[in-house]
Ligand binder design. Structure first.
Ligand code: PEP
Length: 251
């Protein structure tokens, strides 16, 4: 049985004061929530704040990006070993905003995935199709291509130390959620794709759904066989909403 994971993606939101209130409420609320894993992925400058507030709590923390390079003349980049210095357990790679707004292609995403794992951080690998791709009937082709790029580069065994997030681009920040059936269909596809290479790894890998998950729709999404939790954007900035989503993932 896979333990569910709910991870918040704060994106470029927050400040020291608002973060402190959010982290305090989440950490306190998580004391009463059992049988699931919870994490927040915060902007780089707030990693020390997350580390100092969340260590010795039920809430893990992580980052939203990582350099594919270990060190060197890469102005503005942050390496995986730097994330380790601040206790990161997770890092998001391949988010659709990084792919579309910052031009990250499949090979860059694979390199970031491997850089994170090389430092012992669990990458949360995001895959997902645009609305146009869905309407053209190529959803499976797109998500398989995004997944294969990482499987080919890192090897299937790497998925034992990673998380996959299916995030249909048309559902991110739009208020338009995939139905549980639509999400389950793609999650099953992704698990089958991993299973083609290693059935044991496929059974263990957590596949999160992301795209306008809210307190009101989390339970029915998480009830599906291949949905192992959520990657939460907007609702992760409201402590009560995020905690309600965590409660919906309780084992
Ligand atoms: C995200 O950006 O990863 C996300 C799922 O956002 P939202 O929940 O706001 O759709």
């Amino acid at each position: 049985m896979r333990r569910k994971l709910v991870a918040g993606n704060w994106k470029m939101h927050g400040n020291l004061a608002s973060n402190q209130a959010l982290l305090d409420t989440i950490a306190a609320g998580m004391k009463r929530i059992q049988g699931m894993d919870c994490a927040v992925c915060v902007p780089f400058p707030y990693l020390p704040q997350a580390q100092s507030r969340l260590q010795r709590t039920e809430v893990a923390w992580g980052a939203q990006n990582v350099s594919p390079h270990a060190q060197g003349a890469f102005t503005g980049e942050v390496s995986a070993s730097m994330l380790v210095d601040f206790g990161c357990r997770f890092v998001i790679v391949g988010h659709s905003e990084r792919r579309t707004l910052f031009g990250e292609d499949d090979s860059t995403v694979a390199a970031k995935f491997m850089a994170a794992q090389g430092s012992g951080i669990l990458p949360i690998l995001c895959v997902g199709e645009t609305l146009q791709e869905r309407e053209s009937g190529i959803t499976a082709q797109v998500v398989n291509r995004q997944l294969d790029a990482v499987l080919d580069a890192a090897g299937v065994a790497a998925m034992a130390k990673a998380v996959i997030a299916y995030e249909p681009v048309w559902a991110i920040g739009t208020g338009r959620t995939a139905t549980p059936e639509q999400a389950q269909e793609v999650h099953a596809l992704l698990r089958a794709r991993v299973s083609d290479r290693d059935p044991g790894v496929a059974r263990g890998v957590r596949i999160l759904y992301g795209g306008s998950v809210k307190a009101g729709n989390a339970a029915e999404l998480f009830a599906k066989a291949d949905i192992d939790g959520g990657l939460i954007g907007g609702a992760s900035l409201v402590a009560d909403d995020f905690l309600a989503i965590c409660r919906a993932a309780q084992g």
